[in-house]
Write a new protein. Structure first.
Length: 271
């Protein structure tokens, strides 16, 4: 792909009144009324098209070529802006195992290599390690190291939940769609600004609630979000202003859009 502009000459419309056709077209029209001649004229027209027909054919070819080129360039831009990564093999297996492992939808406790191997007992230790660092390279997990080659811990990121849950968990909705549900619940009752109350109103387990709640918090200014450190939720409470409620109302009114497919899982059979 190049950043240099591509020069294109304008595509002229097909010529309709070519001098060579001025005599031919009326003559063919006159001969066409003679029995048996019309078929012959069709055959002649097939192998010897008029100049207008030739011009239109060239115009259609030029339009098709230009359209195909534009489509290709749009695909290139889309791929550059929204790259898609497909996970395969042990990386898929590890991602699915991590998603389905017991958890609360937060970063979670750090899992060491031995913990990851326990999730995939049929996969070689080296392959599990490589899979963990592949997930790390895509921002789906974070890996913190201490002294020693194997002395590291893996934790899940918000991107992990947003990109993989809708492919793995079978909830019928994405994290973004769940965030819209929470926004609606918040607007229905101010008491739900206390997070445990909002959680109870959702009816979801923490594993589903917390990623959606964290996605919703991106719309709320930090000063309206409680900042105490606690293990249960991304924030213990909210203090929404009218402008914050307006933003939540906009979120609810947005047309449903699919989550950007930045990371796709692939394996034989269902994940």
């Amino acid at each position: 792909m190049t950043d240099e502009p591509r020069e294109h000459r304008p595509i002229a419309p097909p010529e309709t009144k070519h001098p060579d056709d001025r005599a031919r077209v009326p003559l063919e029209a006159a001969l066409g009324i003679i029995p048996g001649v019309s078929s012959l004229l069709k055959l002649v027209g097939e192998f010897m098209p008029t100049q207008a027909q030739k011009s239109r054919s060239k115009w259609e070819s030029a339009i098709s070529a230009r359209t195909n080129e534009h489509s290709g360039r749009l695909d290139e831009h889309d791929q550059a802006l929204n790259p898609t990564t497909t996970l395969t093999g042990p990386s898929v297996q590890l991602a699915v195992a991590l998603a389905r492992a017991p958890g609360d939808g937060m970063a979670g406790r750090g899992r060491m290599l031995a913990d990851l191997c326990a999730l995939l007992p049929d996969v070689e230790r080296k392959a599990v390690e490589q899979a963990a660092f592949e997930l790390n390279s895509h921002g789906l997990v974070t890996i913190d190291r201490a002294i020693g080659r194997d002395n590291w811990w893996l934790r899940l990121t918000q991107k992990f939940y947003e990109q993989l849950d809708y492919q793995v968990m079978g909830w019928g909705s994405s994290t973004a769609e769940d965030a819209r549900v929470l926004a609606k619940l918040l607007l229905e009752d101010e008491a739900r600004e206390w997070t445990p109350t909002l959680h109870a109103a959702s009816g979801w387990e923490p594993r589903r609630f917390n990623p959606a709640f964290r996605a919703l918090l991106r719309l709320i200014p930090d000063e309206c979000v409680s900042g105490e450190v606690q293990p249960d939720y991304p924030a213990q409470s909210l203090c929404l202003l009218p402008e914050d409620r307006a933003e939540l109302q906009k979120l609810i009114g947005c047309p449903e859009t699919p989550l950007p497919a930045a990371v796709l899982l692939w394996q034989r059979g269902k994940p």
